[in-house]
Design a binder for this molecule. Sequence first.
Ligand SMILES: Nc1ncnc2c1ncn2[C@@H]1O[C@H](COP(=O)(O)OP(=O)(O)OP(=O)(O)O)[C@@H](O)[C@H]1O
Length: 625
Amino acid sequence: EPTQDKAVLLAFISRVPHEPRVQWNANASACGWVGVTCDSGNTSVVALRLPGVGLVGPIPAGTLGRLTSLRVLSLRANRLSGPIPDDLSNLTHLRSLYLQDNQFSSGIPPAVSRLGRLSRLDLSGNNLTGEIPFSINNLTHLTGLLLERNRLSGSLPSISIDSLVDFNVSNNNLNGSIPPTLDRFPESSFAGNLNLCGAPLPPCSPFFPSPAPSPAENPAGGSKSSKKLSKAAIIAIAVAGGALLLVALLLLLICWMFRRRERQRREKAKKGVGAAAAGRSGETVITSSSKEEMGGAGGAAEGERNRLVFVGKGGVYSFDLEDLLRASAEVLGKGSVGTSYKAVLEEGTTVVVKRLKDVVAMKREFELHMETLGKVDHPNLLPLRAYYYSKDEKLLVLDYLPGGSLSSLLHGSRGSGRTPLDWDSRIRVALAAGRGLAHLHTAARLVHGNVKASNVLLRQDLESATLSDYGLHPLFGSSAAPNRVPGYRAPEVVQTRRPTFESDVYSFGVLLLELLTGKAPNQAALGEDGIDLPVWVRSVVREEWTAEVFDVELMRYPNIEEEMVQLLQIAMACVADVPDARPVMPEVNRMMEELLNRTEGDDALRGSSDDRSKGPSTPPIATTP
Ligand SMILES: Nc1ncnc2c1ncn2[C@@H]1O[C@H](COP(=O)(O)OP(=O)(O)OP(=O)(O)O)[C@@H](O)[C@H]1O
């Protein structure tokens, strides 16, 4: 009799409501219970199968994770909810895990990737969110990975598990191109993901073709199918192949002729209309620039297709739409207003192309707004370089900043060799973002509308961190929620659906709280977990004004508690419920500058700690606009 396992099972079943069918008699041997299988010596439970028995609610922690001899765990078709418990990682003998058709939420826990002997993992038909972890590759014995019908997001990682036979991620919210390691699976494995593209699904947008297939793939049809093809099929394939080749050749010819004509036309335009190319003030129209193509009513679809409009200081770049079309592109991520790509042009320039979705602004309105955004010029605001507008595509071209975002620096895989962001750096980044925002409010008179950590992009010099994605909300109309990540959204915006200077200050306050606590605000709209930081901080502080709030990674720096408390006070002022009670951005910056000056003054007293070797301290800060 497996006494210990029996106690665990009883603890589980007593805490999880279920149908009366499962009646485990505590006086009988657990090895005879419905759904329970023991090893041959009846010393441990090796399989627990309770499909469709009406289990409701979360799996209590410290229960099933203690059945360490389990090889099969099947709880499919119940109403289990909450996160998949982390302690399942103790089940190192597990071969099959069937949790499909429940209501599990949160992400696929890293624990699952530690079940190295797993051969079947079925988590389909739940409410799982977040990305599919790359670490799933640790499951080298996996034959079935079934994740369909969830709410998984992000791009598909390159899963290269040779043993995998069944793979399904259909009906999720995945985006980007299907990695070549997975293109052997049928279309149905990927269907129902609006933004997934590339073989076996239709090719990615002509703007950003999926990465070129590796030469090793698909070796002469060989191992994919062992079935022999019939003669008729071979003839049909040969004929179709020939026809395709002919069409391809024709297309090539048309392309070549088109390009030649284009080149000739551009040369003519350069010579003749040169100056006219810089039509409206501050805007340069590259590409074909004959007048009727510059947007007149008769402006021909061809003109529209070829117009990449450079704005502001966009002239630092010298590429055109054709170059952009030829660029190799990589998905950086899918945000609330579209997908961002890193595009490397043939001549070596790297830019970010943001493909906007759900734009409601009409062409003229869009153009005028782009001109306004193009004029924004401040070292802490990412400049818009160019845009493209057509009926089906709206693109923004921006500088690529390789330093990543504040969000990835703060939350990206903690504890695994990442250098934590020290205190000084946090204040500096906050101030840089604050200055950008103040300029936007006071000089450009623009509302940002999307202040959040993933929109603070870093440069080596932290004081040059820049805010991105500003002022885009007018393009999307009021049906789209402004600042779509709920954790940063000011309470009044939920109703008004219109971001304001004050709501920007609120979002900035949340950003400060994020820097102080190291915790990510609620990203539910993007399928990630998090908390309502202002509510959480208020509740902790109400209990007792306490160091509990602060990021543990900050605890190693001596004598900074007072400064942290001061920044916390600034942050709490920014997240006041009443918009009018919030300070304006220049005031927020003034308070932070005071704090930083004091920090620098105190540096000598504090002595340098090991992680303060980030470079020489920066020059005194210029006053904010
Ligand atoms: N110019 C850039 N240089 C480098 N990385 C960038 C740049 N712009 C965006 N990124 C990164 O690419 C990812 C996706 O960005 P994107 O702006 O599309 O979405 P987001 O910031 O998460 O959401 P939103 O669209 O609401 O701003 C983010 O991790 C972001 O930090």
